[in-house]
Design a protein around this ligand. Structure first.
Ligand SMILES: Cc1cc2nc3c(=O)[nH]c(=O)nc-3n(C[C@H](O)[C@H](O)[C@H](O)COP(=O)(O)O)c2cc1C
Length: 328
């Protein structure tokens, strides 16, 4: 059911992928996603050292025998990080799937491919998607502007970006940004994508490490409760509309540099807020799809519900009596 090139390449039951989420996608949560038949992705840079990532991968292996991936974000970081050491540790631990995102994957993609891994590159730009395909990326996840995290500078939403990517690329396309239910999965498949990748919807699940208070906020939030910050840095970030996001926007309007903004945007604040449930003290990545979230299910319930709803949509469309291609 819903078998695509992506389910075949990744050896997963359902065409659903959990995008890497800094601080949140650790072993227990990632294992829950993979055990439910989707692809769980561990967040590589949630660990201060490559050795700690190695320990987490070992822990994850005890929790699932299903495929999983490791996310390596390529955006410039406030602290210098040697990503190749993280990739090496993951490859040595037998990781066969990487999700890269945020920048040109060139040198790292080479290292991953040389290690025999499959690379899913996530981008919001068709130009960058084509470049990653040329470099050897196996799958492209295309990210619409409604998505949580870094939805790119071009501000194109999923409904246009997905068919454009499908028409432009040879490798399979994964739809990211704005997906959270079975209607979205059916729509993405209808547009030619071969899986969906979700972040925000996965945060509001029982297994996710986010503080319950923040998950409860998500279950009653509206689609208008997110905003974009860090445009001035060239890497727009979609986050919860809270006091910290407003502070950052004001500081950007005053022309503050990256160094000056650093104390306001450091990921350590987000780490602390996800743990303590403080709402207004950090930039918390979140997509517009938050407006569709009304519950906090287990990961297994969420995935089963999405698949069931997508099947119902497919049946409903068939019931509309659309003639088969070439039919009368
Ligand atoms: C809390 C949170 C943290 C995220 N952290 C990362 C990350 O570390 N690396 C990355 O490539 N993408 C990250 N993302 C983006 C997601 O992997 C995914 O691409 C995005 O959430 C998809 O859009 P959606 O939020 O509409 O589902 C994050 C998203 C959220 C909501």
């Amino acid at each position: 059911m819903f078998q695509t090139r992506v389910t075949q390449l990744l050896d997963i039951e359902y065409p659903i992928i959990q995008g890497g989420m800094l601080w949140l996608s650790r072993a227990e949560f990632t294992a829950a996603v993979s055990n439910a038949g989707a692809l769980g992705i561990l967040s590589g840079l949630s660990f201060p050292t490559p050795e700690e990532l190695r320990d987490e991968i070992r822990k994850l292996r005890h929790l699932t025998d299903k495929p999983f991936g490791v996310n390596i974000p390529l955006l410039p970081t406030l602290k210098q990080i040697d990503l190749s050491q993280y990739i090496r540790a993951a490859l040595e631990e037998g990781v066969t799937i990487f999700e890269t995102a945020g920048n040109n994957p060139s040198p790292y993609l080479e290292q991953m491919k040389a290690g025999g891994a499959l690379v899913l590159h996530k981008t919001a730009s068709l130009k960058h998607a084509l470049h990653a395909q040329e470099l050897g990326a196996d799958i492209i996840a295309i990210m619409g502007f409604e998505g949580g995290g870094h939805p790119g500078m071009s501000e194109v939403t999923s409904l246009v970006l997905i068919p454009r990517a499908v028409d432009t690329l040879k490798v399979p396309v994964v739809a990211a940004g704005g997906f959270g239910d079975g209607r979205g999965l059916a729509a993405a498949l209808a547009l030619g994508a071969e899986a969906i990748l979700m972040g925000t919807r996965f945060v509001a699940t029982q297994e996710c490490l986010a503080h319950p208070r923040l998950k409860e906020w998500m279950a009653q939030a509206r689609e208008t409760d997110t905003m974009i910050v860090e445009r001035s840095l060239g890497f727009p970030l979609r986050v919860v509309k809270n006091q910290q996001a407003r502070r950052v926007l004001e500081a950007e309007a005053q022309g503050l540099s990256l160094d000056q903004l650093a104390p306001l945007i450091t990921g350590q604040l987000a780490k602390q807020a996800w743990e303590t449930g403080e709402f207004d003290t950090a930039l918390l990545a979140c997509g517009q799809v938050v407006g569709l979230i009304q519950d906090i299910p287990t990961v297994k319930e969420l995935i089963a519900g999405i698949v069931k709803e997508a099947q119902a949509v497919a049946q409903r469309l068939t019931g509309l009596g659309l003639p088969a291609a070439g039919g009368a």
